[in-house]
Design a protein around this ligand. Structure first.
Ligand SMILES: Cc1cc2nc3c(=O)[nH]c(=O)nc-3n(C[C@H](O)[C@H](O)[C@H](O)COP(=O)(O)OP(=O)(O)OC[C@H]3O[C@@H](n4cnc5c(N)ncnc54)[C@H](O)[C@@H]3O)c2cc1C
Length: 399
């Protein structure tokens, strides 16, 4: 069986490895548009901040891929699918034949359609090439404006500040990471990042990137201009579904798949951020890897089904522990709040119908696994309630 996996991000690489293990005699090809060896995208912020080297991020060397039985084709962008012929067509017109095709195309970072958004000096934050562009810009230190105060925007801001740039984050909402944090935790985080020299324009919206030959600043809706040598847009992602759409596969936001990660074409699977399962696309690496495992099992003829679990996200900024999981915007939920001002610790637990549905931890995230388990298993916590906010050791005492 010829198995072609397109996209050598975490999901594609994992799927290729598992399929090579499970399908005896298979010929597995992993083709990816990026020119690098497969790497850990999640760790890009460490590279940007100078806490890791590019080679530390590589997850699979050529020899390892060969040992796994994978033919690796870097720098190959698939431009079209010829489903009738069972072939993927590269941007250069070469044809790669498959019996089973796995699309693991990930997402593209969104470029805001602002005047000046295409000027040199405006970068997105998605891949190794983006980090290299930021590192080049940071050589002269200077000023950076990061548009978007979500998880990625903040990691970019911290990395650039660590490289000596003066950084302002422009964020449309009153506090950063509003999808993961409540106002209190977001406020604490903004204050803490302020001590590292990161400034916030918040709430504020960007209207244009100023400059003629290259970006020189960002104009806000109040007419003020933030000078910038580098502008980073970190405003969200869009699943890469165009290839599938153009090949006639059903696509909504992402490529529609069933529980086995199979598209409407039984020979074609989609995994990771490009796939849409029951109305949702994932945006984190853990579920993308789970989907890759499920697709590999399905291709091997085993029964396999993917079911979503609660999302958990942590900010990867050394010295600032921030974690959140589940539904933190549930207006019908009751809150248990613990705050230690002197120690800069805060936690908020959200309960509904006697179960934990969401949690925000700031300053001390050691109990994250305990709360994630309660959210995922939906275990009743009424008996633990008096001591629940103090973590597992105390909560078990209460039970
Ligand atoms: C800076 C940063 C920090 C992050 N931090 C976290 C974190 O802390 N925790 C977390 O859970 N997640 C984090 N994420 C998100 C995480 O990286 C993604 O969820 C994960 O990479 C998704 O894996 P994927 O394989 O689906 O897609 P991707 O990693 O996007 O891989 C898709 C690959 O397919 C390639 N491709 C696309 N189209 C084609 C084509 N036509 N032909 C060939 N190749 C193609 C792309 O070039 C890419 O290499 C972070 C992301 C970034 C950018």
């Amino acid at each position: 069986m010829r198995i072609l996996v397109v996209g050598a991000g975490p999901a594609g690489t994992r799927c290729a490895a598992r399929v090579a293990e499970r399908v005896r005699g298979a010929s597995v090809t992993l083709a990816g548009a990026e020119p690098t060896l497969p790497y850990d995208r999640v760790a890009l912020s460490k590279l940007l901040a100078g806490e890791a080297r590019a080679e530390d991020l590589i997850t699979h060397r050529l020899a390892a891929l060969r040992d796994l039985g994978i033919a690796y084709r870097p720098g190959i962008a698939i431009a079209a699918l010829d489903r009738a012929a069972g072939e993927a067509v590269t941007a250069r017109g070469d044809r790669l034949a498959y019996d089973r095709l796995v699309l693991a195309l990930g997402s593209a970072a969104i470029r805001l359609p602002l005047p000046g958004a295409g000027l040199p000096g405006v970068v997105l934050y998605r891949d190794m090439a983006d980090v290299r562009a930021m590192l080049r810009a940071a050589q002269d230190r200077g000023r950076a404006v990061v548009i978007g105060g979500g998880l990625l925007g903040l990691e970019a801001a911290v990395g650039l500040a660590a490289r000596g740039m003066r950084v302002t984050v422009v964020h449309a909402v009153d506090w950063p990471m509003e999808r993961q944090l409540d106002a209190m935790a977001g406020g604490l985080l903004a204050t803490r990042l302020g001590t590292r020299g990161i400034r916030f324009a918040m709430p504020a919206s960007s209207m244009a990137v100023e400059g003629t030959e290259r970006a020189t600043g960002v104009r806000l809706s109040d007419g003020s201009v933030l000078p910038a040598d580098l502008v980073v847009m970190a405003v969200g992602i869009r699943p890469q579904a165009a290839l599938a759409r153009e090949a006639g596969l059903p696509v909504n936001r992402g490529i529609l798949v069933d529980d086995a990660m199979r598209t409407a074409d039984p020979a074609i699977y989609a995994v990771g951020e490009c796939a849409e399962h029951r109305g949702r696309c994932v945006g984190l690496v853990a579920p993308a890897l789970e989907q890759a495992e499920v697709a590999a099992r399905a291709i091997a003829g085993e029964a396999a089904a993917w079911a979503p679990r609660a999302d958990a996200a942590a900010l990867k900024v050394s010295g600032t522990a921030v974690w959140s999981a589940g539904d933190i915007a549930d207006s019908a939920a009751e809150s248990i709040v613990l705050r230690d001002e002197a120690e800069e610790r805060y936690r908020r637990l959200l309960l509904r119908d006697g179960r934990l549905v969401g949690a925000v931890l700031y300053g001390d995230t050691a109990d994250a696994g305990f709360y994630l388990d309660l959210i995922t298993t939906r275990r009743p916590v009424a008996g633990l309630r008096p001591l629940l906010a103090f973590g597992p050791a105390f909560a078990r005492e209460a039970a």
